[in-house]
Design a protein around this ligand. Sequence first.
Ligand code: SF4
Length: 262
Amino acid sequence: MSAPLPRAAHRPARLLTQNREMRQIGAWNWSLPAWAGRLPDGRTYNTCPSAGVCAQACYARHGTYTWPVVRAKHQANLMFVLDDLPGWESAMIAELGAAKFRGAWVRIHDSGDFFSDAYLEAWLRVCRTRPDANFYAYSKEIDRFRRLVEPDPPPNFLWVFSYGGMQDSALNPQVDRVADVFPDEASIEEAGWASQEASDLLAVLGPQLVGVPANRIPAYLKRLAGRRFSEWQAEVDAEREAGRRRRHLRLVVDNTDQSEAA
Ligand code: SF4
């Protein structure tokens, strides 16, 4: 039986990649595996701890993202971060020193999210160390951003909060830049939001209410059932709250019965 590979052997040679969509807009990607899963060494992870309904219609849990070679690359990225965050940070800063990143955009997370304070703080240091590059991200980590980013954001880092997560109720579309997934382009226009379909950079450079048309994946469209992610999540939150109230009421009734019987 061969010995397990040392963890450093999982480190990817290149951290930033370009898919077709990113190439068209001259941007680069950093990706983690989406949501929850198990690494080849048996460890479990959740890279999107604040995901809500989005996980049930997640573009990154479908199609090319599930190809073994793509999945292995994303898992190698995550293992590097988990096993050696300072080493990953140095490697990312070194890679971003290449001339091609001067003035370029980097999308942090084609999939996955800022899953811990330490990981987000490492990215903030990367942004500050490479002021010639521009960075942007979608995130559902509202509380983490409120605490760690909003008080003093790096000038070359822009973000948009996206609906469909457990922290949706903390968003204020009057103030926050927000993105919502809509059933289609027509519903985005009807709501008076601005679609980012022409360029993903519009999510951070265009109007503040960002509409994202849902992927045309039949199973996902069926689950979406003509709703926006924000509406779907609000329904789930309301059901959960109703369940919590019912349980609380039952406890009160049970306790009353017991005290009367005593
Ligand atoms: S946060 Fe994004 S990547 Fe994570 S489960 Fe939701 S849609 Fe997928």
